[in-house]
Write a protein that binds this ligand. Sequence first.
Ligand SMILES: *Cc1c(COP(=O)(O)O)cnc(C)c1O
Length: 382
Amino acid sequence: MKLKQQGINTLCTHAGEITDTQFKGAVSPIFPSSSYAYEDVPVKRYPRYFNTPNQEALGKKVAALEHCEAGMILSSGMAAISTAMLAFLNRGDHVVVQQTIYGGAFNFMQEEFPKYGIEFDFTDGFSEQDFTSKIKENTKIIYIETPSNPLMKITDLEMIVRIAKDYNLVSMIDNTFASPVNQTPADFGIDIILHSATKYMGGHSDICAGAVAASEKHIKRIWNTGKNLGGSLSDYTVWLLERSMKTMALRVKKQNKNALKMAKWLEKHPLVEKVYYPGLKSHPNHKLAKKQMRGYTGIVSFELKKESDASRFMKSLQLIKQSLSLAGVESTMLAPAQTSHFLLGEEERKKQGIADNLIRFSLGIENFKDLKTDVEEVFEKL
Ligand SMILES: *Cc1c(COP(=O)(O)O)cnc(C)c1O
């Protein structure tokens, strides 16, 4: 059976797996060697070359899930993002970046690009004009993230690919929030797909990793920069990530369901000012999300009514943890204004629409009624 014909759960479970020919065990063996023979071998393997057996195998799983020719595993989402960008940039080049992106990616560009004479501009919004008006003679990359953190804004993938073709740019997407379960941007023609595997791919809040998927040609280029920067992942963690990814589609589909139910319930609640979730008909990009996504992710952002205190609300929850990261099997919440988007400053937050009592809710796989009860009990006391 060709990989292309296989369903998502089959790909999650089997794509790229290593057959245990020696003992015929059910799962991929782990090969932790950091030293391999170099003579009379088809591939010279070394951990930092991203080509130990486990790294190579998991790269294949990511490629299959993202409908790309090739994939690569890195030590973190930021290693994936920084390596991929630097692979395509030279001194004097320019990048057009979507207005709201992950804070770490924002900091990377802000703090590191000037050292290498690389320029970048953020768009003022999400329309075609917002992107094209920032393109210059020396623009090389168009960089997006959809759905975006924390307001779950949706960027039109078809539009981005059209712009990239018209202006001869490399298109890059941070696909972390969607995961390949909900969105496969390569189907629309996006060139480079980036992931923080720390989130949905890992899914259990116990792994830090990154991934890239693209054409063979593009991966070769990223590999070349990657081996110089050295952001490879330990084979032990690669193996654990492979194990985690077997259940990714099961987890994410349940998280999608929990999130949609929660978003609908919160939207009707009198203590809630606003809900940001692309699966809601009230979301301004609902139609676009429906067109380019298979599910709307497990993340719901919502604003409490002005007079309520977001941190007091979160501290009173029993089941749902207040936690920095997201996408684990356990439900978590955070206030972006105090954490992920604190460094932006009050003015920039206001410009982007991130209110002080905005809460980003990452739905886990728990039973929905228990999550609802947890939130409801605190609402009653507010
Ligand atoms: C967490 C995250 C990253 C960074 O990933 P790390 O694994 O922490 O380096 C990048 N993009 C998004 C959208 C994220 O949520």
